[in-house]
Design a protein around this ligand. Structure first.
Ligand SMILES: NC(=O)c1ccc[n+]([C@@H]2O[C@H](COP(=O)([O-])OP(=O)(O)OC[C@H]3O[C@@H](n4cnc5c(N)ncnc54)[C@H](O)[C@@H]3O)[C@@H](O)[C@H]2O)c1
Length: 313
């Protein structure tokens, strides 16, 4: 099958591209390289089943490109990914994440794509009443980023109703692994990893008891691959482990993997930080046959090894 991946030069997108190529698919990437890196695709470019289109998803040429390439499935990952930047410049966030998603849907219709798989975020749940957050929990966006991701979800529903484009929404928890940037929702993993490998100080905000649900990138990629293969019925699935990991424990695990002292500094909690988060992955198991396979200490070891190997180059 031919799959077009928007944001395919980024952290999750490029890992997805590698997996799709390894599975024998044809892959087109649309990415403006604003936060992604062509180096992430250095393995993919060797394949004659791969094409990179350096293009903004807002480019008026996108529908013509999709009409020419006719992907069966579009995985839409291109986005402004930083909550902090969305607060500083909500209009830019909306342009990329809301207008950009509308633009991708128009183009997907033009290219007669069978379905769109969309990367949403647990940010849409705001401060959830129940943890792990069930898939049908009420949404409560508390940042422009959360609002723009939720808006993307509603555009998918509108295009399905209007034009019959199928979709699956994957609500990603805190994704970590090789190629991640410090800006994303599990940015703390790359910040701790860099500092602990460099021997520079690390800071935990608050008393270290804040929790997040860390999911390894290969597991997330597997969720996308499963969603690509399904017919799609406008469903949304949480992709997370359901397990809460405290900041303090995360620091210990990364220090252990990096062979560094486990001695973070502590600073006052940051305004607006969520005290706890984890999502219920059971519906994804039932609906996609998906479940997380990589435990946190193995995933963190892989991430530290990848970061250390990059430095040796
Ligand atoms: N990393 C996480 O923990 C996490 C959690 C929840 C949701 N997500 C979502 O997953 C997706 C991928 O995130 P990531 O962590 O790989 O981020 P990333 O920044 O590494 O990837 C995003 C990619 O989109 C590209 N891009 C940005 N704006 C574009 C535009 N206007 N036109 C074309 N390309 C554009 C960037 O160059 C980059 O390659 C995003 O939609 C993000 O919101 C990520």
């Amino acid at each position: 099958m031919r799959v077009l991946v928007t944001g395919g030069a980024g952290f999750i997108g490029s890992n997805l591209v590698d997996r799709l190529l390894a599975d024998g698919h044809e892959v087109d990437v649309v990415d403006d390289l604003s936060s992604g890196d062509a180096d992430n695709l250095s393995g993919a470019v060797a394949s004659d089943r791969f094409r990179l289109h350096v293009m903004n998803v807002l480019d008026p040429g996108l529908p013509a490109l999709m009409a020419e390439r006719q992907p069966e499935v579009v995985c839409h990952l291109a986005a402004q990914i930083s909550v902090r930047k969305s607060v500083a410049d909500p209009v830019h966030d909306a342009r990329v994440n809301v207008e950009g998603t509308a633009s991708v849907l128009v183009a997907a219709r033009e290219g007669r794509a069978r379905k769109v798989v969309f990367a949403s975020s647990v940010a849409v749940y705001g401060r959830p009443a129940t943890i792990p957050v069930p898939g049908d929990a009420p949404t409560d966006p508390r940042s422009p980023y959360a609002a723009s991701k939720l808006s993307g979800e509603t555009y998918l529903a509108a295009f399905r109703a209007l034009h019959g484009i199928e979709y699956t929404t994957l609500v990603l928890s805190n994704v970590y692994g090789p190629r991640q940037s410090p800006e994303g929702e599990a940015g703390v993993v790359s910040i701790f990893t860099d500092a602990l490998l460099n021997g520079t100080p690390t800071v935990v905000y608050g008393d270290g008891s804040q929790t997040r649900d860390y999911i390894y990138v290969d597991d997330v990629v597997d969720g996308f691959v499963r969603a690509c293969g399904q017919l799609g019925d406008g469903r949304r699935f949480n992709l997370g482990t359901g397990i809460q990991t405290t900041d303090r424990r995360l620091h210990s695990l990364i220090a252990d993997a990096a062979g560094a002292p486990d001695k973070p500094g502590f600073a006052p909690p940051r305004l607006g930080d969520l005290p706890a988060m984890a999502v219920d992955p059971v519906p994804a198991h039932e609906g996609l046959g998906w479940q997380p396979r990589v435990d946190l200490s193995t995933g963190l070891k892989n991430t530290v090894e990848w970061t250390a190997s990059r430095r040796r180059k």
